[in-house]
Design a protein. Structure first.
Lengths: 113, 115
């Protein structure tokens, strides 16, 4: 157990639907990162939050949004889902800005049918 | 923009032998970090080893070591005494020391370990 908890582990939904992926960072970690791992795009950085504020944005679609709550957990919202959104979504956390390494959760496998 | 290239989609090694996975990267920065992550069938991303660009000495973690060639922008991973549990997808990753903490990943190398 890495200490980063992601729920649910698996999610199957239909095109056009909306889902929410949840991430609880390691105790004490202030930064949360979201990554998407798909067969055609590989591992792509989506977005980073630090202590509730958005810090960096990567290749995140406008249909996707995220937030980090006061208790530091984060949610990634995916809407108007398309078949191509099927992927493994990882959350990772780190203690603070500038700390080099971070810890990944075990991911949420999203399948859009 | 920085890029990371792993030119070996698949590799195979005999148990107890040594294997080297290749990684090259492109950057105009002088200060950065490089990582190797392991992703077994469980999907968990596990940090194997990391290298700070300002350090000339190659990083080592038990059976895992790197050959960091900064001028050549090369960062290979050597696994010695390979074990069945080493079978996994291995990703090379880059992180700028100046910008955000995001990691830029290569496409991965799938390592099979033959008994």
């Amino acid at each position: 157990d890495s200490g980063v908890t992601q729920t649910p582990k698996h999610l199957i939904t239909a095109t056009g639907q909306r889902v929410t992926l949840r991430c609880s960072p390691r105790s004490g970690d202030l930064s949360v990162y979201w990554y998407q791992q798909s067969l055609d795009q590989g591992l792509q950085f989506l977005i980073q939050y630090y202590n509730g504020e958005e810090r960096a944005k990567g290749n995140i679609l406008e249909r996707f949004s995220a937030q980090q709550f006061p208790d530091l957990h984060s949610e990634l919202n995916l809407s108007s889902l398309e078949l191509g959104d099927s992927a493994l979504y990882f959350c990772a956390s780190s203690p603070r800005q500038g700390v080099v390494g971070y810890t990944f959760g075990s991911g949420t496998r999203l399948t859009v049918v | 923009a920085q890029t990371v290239t792993q030119s070996q989609p698949e590799m195979s090694v005999q148990e107890a032998e040594t294997v080297t996975l290749s990684c090259t990267y492109d950057t105009s920065e002088s200060d950065y970090y490089l990582f190797w992550y392991k992703q077994p069938p469980s999907r968990q991303m596990i940090l194997v080893i990391r290298q700070e660009a300002y350090k000339q000495q190659n990083a080592t973690e038990n059976r895992f070591s790197v050959n960091f060639q900064k001028a050549a922008k090369s960062f290979s991973l050597k696994i010695s005494d390979s074990q069945l549990g080493d079978a996994a997808m291995y990703f090379c990753a880059y992180r700028s020391a100046r910008a955000t903490n995001k990691l830029i990943f290569g496409t991965g190398t799938l390592l099979a370990v033959q008994p």
